[in-house]
Design a protein around this ligand. Structure first.
Ligand SMILES: NC(=O)c1ccc[n+]([C@@H]2O[C@H](COP(=O)([O-])OP(=O)(O)OC[C@H]3O[C@@H](n4cnc5c(N)ncnc54)[C@H](O)[C@@H]3O)[C@@H](O)[C@H]2O)c1
Length: 241
């Protein structure tokens, strides 16, 4: 299973945006399977029922700076921060207020969490893994805010990597291709879109949340000790076509 060869025993991982059984939840489960103590958050009052007894869970709105700082203050240590919280609404992102909100959640929210956990990550000489997207690099007519936010996440990754290298913190990102989760459910109602993704992806399928975890665990591990500021596509080859 992905991640099984990594050992995170004795380390604490925080996965922000892991409440809906999607990519964040798969990452959290993999860190726990590899020995880490794992804290997860989400916008919902409770996590996916499958994970309810498995993780320490905090309902956290990443647009609330004080709430993010208060959450960070509850954590005795943070070795790994994974920023997964994000929203998108296909076809609704030309409205300026909603456009701003998407940026606030996806981009500024990732920054808020990183900034709030910076002291703990510095103390641990830890690692951040941000979750970007193919839409960081490709235009998306129906998700312009989401794409802008994810391009920002990729750029933020580079800037924090430089800023915090002196603190011993590595900052990297993973750019998933098209993955079957709640977030992509609306897009997957469009058969032409589903078929178009399959046709363009050399591996000929949509990804599953578990497809993303290996790259995240790798970037958080000592195997990536000389990697910072990079963004790894995990996309079945979508981005090389
Ligand atoms: N599904 C895909 O095809 C795909 C592709 C590329 C990248 N991604 C990225 O992967 C990550 C996980 O996505 P997913 O598909 O598992 O989605 P998901 O909708 O299952 O999970 C999104 C998470 O973000 C949280 N969230 C939303 N608004 C929030 C807020 N204001 N404050 C705090 N948390 C909030 C939700 O509670 C949830 O835990 C996201 O960053 C997403 O953009 C997904």
């Amino acid at each position: 299973m992905p991640g099984a060869s990594f050992d995170f025993g004795g380390l604490t991982a925080v996965v922000v945006g892991a409440s809906r059984g999607g990519i964040g939840a798969a990452i959290a489960r993999a860190f726990q399977d590899a020995g880490a103590e794992v804290h997860i958050t989400g916008a919902e009052p409770s996590p996916d029922p499958v994970d309810a007894d498995r993780f320490a869970y905090t309902q956290l709105d990443v647009t609330d700076t004080e709430a993010v700082r208060a959450f960070a203050a509850t954590l005795p240590r943070v070795d790994i921060l994974v920023n997964c919280a994000a929203i998108t609404r296909r076809g609704e992102e030309m409205a300026p207020d909603f456009f701003s909100h998407v940026l606030d959640v996806n981009l500024t929210g990732s920054f808020r969490c990183a900034e709030a956990m910076h002291p703990a990550l510095k103390a641990a000489k830890g690692a951040i893994v941000n979750i970007a997207s193919m839409y960081a690099r490709f235009g998306s007519p129906r998700n312009p805010a989401y794409g802008s936010s994810k391009a920002g996440v990729e750029q933020l990754t580079k800037s924090l990597a430089i800023a915090w290298a002196q603190d011993g913190i590595r900052v990297n990102a993973v750019a998933p291709g098209f993955i079957v989760t709640e977030q992509s459910a609306r897009a997957r109602q469009d058969p032409a879109f589903v078929a178009g993704v399959e046709a363009r992806t050399p591996m000929g399928r949509w990804g599953q949340p578990g497809d993303i975890v290996g790259a995240v665990l790798f970037l958080a591990s000592p195997a990536a000790a000389f990697m910072t500021g990079t963004c790894l596509p995990v996309d079945g080859g979508y981005s090389v076509v």
